[in-house]
Design a protein around this ligand. Structure first.
Ligand SMILES: [Zn+2]
Length: 508
């Protein structure tokens, strides 16, 4: 029996958003977070809008011009919050009156604080800036708190109590946001005409304005504080642009990247040099994420029966109930479809399984074990940079080689019996993970788990996350669209390269 291991690195990776906290019960997601932070650094799932980056850099310039110090934090926050409300209100207004133009360049994601601000705009002649700037976010620093880490990594700000302009902040270029500052410093009542007149600060306008050019230099330029960061952005932008070109804008971006990076046999003829190397790292990261997702789904399946309280044994019985009475060797090795073609090209078996499930409506335990088994087989099918990425945190994250070992150890055991012991091991692992994450808070001892112990029974509170762990490609695509590196076709249906797509990656 292969031991279940839990290492610090596996669970110490920060969740992308507060809602994710406690939703990594098996702690298998760290590998995906590590890949994302290297392949698309300075991108997190909660930061889809490029223009907040330049707004906050502009705020840092403003604070420095005014000679603000720590004592001026309240004034800084007040101005910041009014500016963020203006950015969101202008964008929501533009989206309402000229949707096609707005969404073509901004995408479909709405600005931050949308719930409060959209409600204020609805059917109104004007908005009250003072009132909204108090209400749109419960966080003192508004969305600077969310974007600040990225702005620091890009060199746009230097974080102190008040942000100072960083080495990549270009005060003149950031002048494109002066109008937001001017409006924020004016009266509290803003009419719809005021918002329409400030459309230049809309989310959708950044690519063609000076602050957009400045952001592109910060992301992709060769003369930046962190050249490795910019090189990763250039290569990922080139690979992603190639992957989505001509594809429907509503399709899943991870699957498009899979098709290009994992399942395109003549990839070396399509991408060259650094971009090909980068695509090979993506191959490892993308293939591994199928296994990460399989574990997340297996756990969600395992504990789902406990929403009405029950015991571990109840949950395990449901977990194994639908499994065929064949040996592990047959179910998870002999009966798998071919995963490579005659020329060692990878076959998209993961996609085939996913399509099969799409029709049936929900992964079964057997399908998930088969998905893990496909990953186990891939360990011998990828090499070089792909293999290195694919097998990262293998033992601590129940990776492909770990699962291959599990199959070997249980090869002659009936699948339901083997799955029973796996399910119990998953419970033990999850318990250890949440015990390791346990901490004292002001309200007492907090154990980050959704499984509550009720006497000798367990009850699942809420629902465990069953979405794939994020490689942050959606967010990256949103930023690339807004910066004009990506674009959509005239009918709005498919992706294409944007007007600034070759600015920093000539020839790709
Ligand atoms: Zn707009």
């Amino acid at each position: 029996m292969v031991a279940m291991l839990v290492a610090g690195a596996a669970w110490s990776a920060k969740a992308d958003s507060p809602e994710d906290t406690g939703r990594q019960p098996l702690a298998v997601e760290a590998v995906t977070a590590a890949h994302a932070s290297e392949l698309v650094p300075a991108v997190i799932t909660t930061t889809p809008h490029a223009r907040y980056l330049s707004l906050h850099a502009r705020m840092a310039v403003e604070a420095s011009r005014r000679g603000w110090s720590t004592d001026d934090l309240p004034a800084f926050r007040q101005l910041l919050r009014r500016c963020e409300v203006i950015l969101a209100a202008v964008s929501l207004r533009h989206d309402a009156v000229d949707r096609e133009v707005h969404q073509r360049r901004a995408g479909k994601r709405r600005p931050h604080g949308v719930n409060t601000i959209a409600q204020a705009l609805d059917g109104s002649e004007s908005i009250d800036l003072d009132e909204l700037s108090r209400a749109y976010s419960v966080v003192a620093n508004g969305f600077y708190g969310t974007y600040g880490g990225i702005e620091t990594a890009l060199g746009l700000i230097t974080p102190e109590v008040l942000p100072a302009p960083g080495p990549a902040a270009e005060p003149e270029a950031l002048g494109a946001l002066d109008q937001a500052i001017e409006l924020a410093l004016g009266g509290d009542v803003l009419s719809m005409a005021d918002l329409d007149g400030a459309v230049g600060v809309c989310l959708c306008q950044v690519s063609a304005k000076t602050d957009g050019a400045s952001l592109r230099r910060a992301y992709f330029g060769t003369d930046v504080p962190d050249p490795d960061l910019a090189a990763a952005h250039r290569a990922s932008a080139a690979v992603l642009t190639r992957a989505v070109h001509g594809q429907p804008v509503d399709d899943n971006i991870d699957l498009m990247m899979d098709r290009l990076c994992c399942f395109t046999s003549d990839l070396p003829q399509i991408l060259g040099g650094a971009n090909l190397d980068h695509a090979m790292r993506w191959r490892g990261a993308l293939l591994r994420n199928w296994s990460v997702w399989a574990w997340r789904l297996l756990w969600a399946n395992l504990v789902a029966p406990l929403s009405g309280t029950g015991t571990r044994e109840d949950a395990v019985a449901v977990f194994v109930a639908g499994l065929p009475s064949v040996r592990v060797r047959q179910a998870l090795r002999d009966d798998l479809p071919p995963t490579v073609d005659g020329n060692s090209g990878l076959q998209p078996v993961e996609h085939d399984l996913n399509d099969e499930v799409g029709q049936a409506g929900g992964w079964s335990v057997l399908q998930l074990l088969r998905l893990l088994a496909v990953g186990a087989r891939r360990a011998d099918e990828v090499d070089g940079l792909s293999r290195e990425a694919f097998l990262r945190y293998d033992q601590t994250g129940m990776g492909p080689v770990w699962f291959r070992g599990w199959i070997d150890d249980h090869a002659d055991i009936p699948l339901p019996d083997a799955a029973r012991s796996l399910a119990i091991a998953m419970f033990n692992r999850a318990e250890k993970v949440s015990r390791d994450k346990m901490q004292w808070t002001r309200t007492g001892l907090r154990m980050p788990t959704r499984l509550r112990v009720v006497g000798d029974r367990l009850r699942l509170e809420g629902r465990e996350g069953d979405a794939p762990a994020s490689l942050r490609l959606d967010t990256f695509a949103s930023v690339l669209l807004q910066l004009g590196v990506l674009d959509v076709s005239d009918d709005g249906m498919t992706w294409k390269q944007g007007p600034y797509g070759t600015e920093w990656s000539p020839g790709s």
